[in-house]
Design a binder for this molecule. Structure first.
Ligand SMILES: Cc1cc2nc3c(=O)[nH]c(=O)nc-3n(C[C@H](O)[C@H](O)[C@H](O)COP(=O)(O)OP(=O)(O)OC[C@H]3O[C@@H](n4cnc5c(N)ncnc54)[C@H](O)[C@@H]3O)c2cc1C
Length: 200
């Protein structure tokens, strides 16, 4: 099925610098299977890895140990128990893939190099590194980040939300639902953007 080497490049701003290293991953036990290396564990990368894990020798290179359901992140800020369900270890849904928790720093013709010194050979490479940076590297840190957000919202007498895009609107609604007595002020340059989206 995966005969040709190909690239799927969804990335912007990727850094290509590092020196070769000692650790080399190859698909030893499944010699007939192609090595598919996926960089990035967001929606795109995780879905590719999950879909191909039984068809190929899949290696998922990720900076973070967990997959985050981003569209659940605003509710996660007001409901800590919900937050725990929105952060999933990659190992939970990828029993047949090799997960490498380390940032990819260099891509050569046949190998990817990571910050921790791994070198992973690929037949097929998928670059799905998105465009955002996140400072919570472990699942525990991410859940703790949501807990901190929750405590801040819970203890605040009033909340100012700046920005009238979907994120600002959704967060204002989540706070209003769970904390109906809290004063939420929503600040936006114009109502046009939200009305325009509702119209569509
Ligand atoms: C609050 C919020 C709500 C949203 N709601 C919706 C919605 O309702 N519907 C919708 O369709 N979209 C929604 N989105 C947008 C959606 O989350 C993004 O479009 C989607 O996450 C993009 O997925 P991705 O896999 O391309 O990139 P990302 O999610 O950005 O994932 C990229 C991954 O690559 C990793 N990475 C980056 N560089 C490296 C490297 N060098 N080595 C290893 N790993 C690396 C990152 O750590 C990250 O895990 C929402 C986003 C937010 C923030």
């Amino acid at each position: 099925m995966l005969d040709a080497t190909f690239f799927v490049c969804i990335y912007k701003g990727y850094s290509l610098f590092s020196s070769p290293s000692k650790t080399i991953f190859v698909a030893g036990s499944v010699a007939e299977k192609k090595n598919v290396v996926v960089i990035g564990g967001g929606v795109a990368g995780s879905l590719v890895a999950k879909s191909l894990q039984n068809e190929a020798a899949v290696f998922l290179i990720v900076e973070k140990e967990y997959f985050e359901i981003t569209w659940a992140s605003l509710r996660s800020m007001v409901e800590p128990e919900f937050a725990k369900r929105s952060v999933i270890s990659h190992s939970e849904y990828l029993p047949h893939a090799k997960i490498v928790i380390s940032a990819a720093v260099n891509i050569a013709d046949t190998d990817v190099f990571t910050t921790q010194g791994s070198r992973i050979r690929y037949d097929c490479l998928v670059v799905a590194t998105g465009r955002t940076k996140n400072s919570a590297w472990t699942k525990t840190e991410k859940i703790s980040q949501y807990q901190t957000d929750y405590e801040k919202i819970k203890s605040a007498k009033s909340i100012l939300i700046v920005g009238g895009g979907p994120t600002g609107v959704e967060l204002a609604a989540e706070i209003a639902v769970d904390f109906p007595d809290k004063k939420v002020t929503w600040c936006t340059v114009s109502m046009y953007s939200i009305y325009h989206k509702i119209d569509q």
